[in-house]
Write a protein that binds this ligand. Structure first.
Ligand SMILES: [Zn+2]
Length: 310
């Protein structure tokens, strides 16, 4: 299998990759590895501080909240935690310091990241009625490389009314999407047959060209997108064209006149693979992670087969 990133990608957390010399089963194995097997960090344990506090102005604050603790814990789990696959973080079950400890004693600098929130509702004389707690209020106590990314800081967690406070310690650990979807680093993973568009009948293709459609980078969809040999190979334009062709397809009343003026010819063994990450990993890191997971699995399989036939 060969992989090549499509020109102009990744854009943010989204990516398009051409996978060639392969088949649908292999590409699907990559898809499944991305969803279920690539490890990432997510908050897995939360300790809430409970009780009644009095501040120095004599105001009484209670650890009573609008949302139940379980819901807050779940919302914390969904925040993308920056994951650095090359920095030697370990899964708690593989951590040399923790693997032989009881479940409740597990957790050290090598296998978990610690965050803290302490936030109070508006003061008694304030005009605010509620104060929102955001993901950005999580203070990272471990290493600053795990600070919540700017693009995720405005994720709201809950609101606090007057006389309420929220204090908690949250522990993020590595996990895999097959245990819980909070550990799945990707969304909208899909692939399609890689095709090349052929302009067979330039005159009849005007039915499509005259509709005034544009590509996602703003170019008009017309004969200029096709090369001298009347083919289109730019993957980004092909995906735009594929969508545009629905405007002249069956049921549009234009299909007879259009008469297959442009056809999509499949490229044997080649697929366009698309997905986006939640921001905890870059799209490239997630792809490399999926490759390592698959490689590890097939190495194990080879040695198991050898053992079985020994
Ligand atoms: Zn540990």
């Amino acid at each position: 299998m060969d992989a090549q990133i499509v020109d102009g990608w990744p854009q943010g957390n989204e990516i398009r990759i051409i996978l060639s010399n392969t088949d649908a089963a292999q590409v699907n194995a990559v898809r499944r590895a991305l969803i279920a097997d690539v490890p990432k960090l997510a908050i897995d344990k939360v300790n809430f501080t409970q009780g009644v506090n009095q501040d120095n102005k004599g105001e009484i604050l209670e650890s009573v909240n609008v949302l139940p603790d379980e819901v807050i814990a779940h919302r914390l789990a969904m925040i993308p935690i920056p994951t650095h696959p090359d920095e030697g973080m370990m899964h708690p079950d593989d951590c040399p310091n923790c693997k032989d400890l009881a479940e409740e004693s597990k957790g050290c600098m090598t296998c978990q990241v610690l965050y803290h929130i302490r936030k109070e509702g508006p003061s008694e004389d304030s005009e605010e009625t509620v104060r929102t707690v955001y993901a950005g209020d999580l203070t990272n106590i471990s290493d600053q490389m795990f600070d919540i990314r700017d693009e995720h800081k405005r994720i709201p967690l809950t609101v606090l009314s007057k006389g309420q406070f929220l204090e908690l310690y949250a522990f993020a650990t590595l996990g895999r999407g097959r245990q819980h979807s909070k550990w799945s680093p990707v969304a909208a993973v899909g692939f399609r047959q890689h095709c090349i568009a052929k302009l067979n009948k330039p005159k009849k293709a005007k039915v499509l060209f005259d509709l005034g459609l544009t590509t996602s980078d703003g170019k008009p969809i017309d004969a200029k997108l096709f090369g001298k040999d009347k083919t289109m190979t730019d993957v980004n334009h092909l995906l735009d064209l594929e969508k545009a062709l629905h405007q002249v397809g069956p049921g549009t009343n234009r299909d007879v006149e259009f008469d297959d003026a442009i056809t999509l010819e499949p490229v044997e063994g080649s697929y366009i693979f698309t997905y986006e990450t939640d921001g905890s990993l870059s799209p490239e890191q997630a792809f490399n992670g999926a490759m390592m997971e698959l490689q590890g699995r097939f190495d194990n399989l080879a040695s198991d087969i050898e053992k079985a036939f020994a």
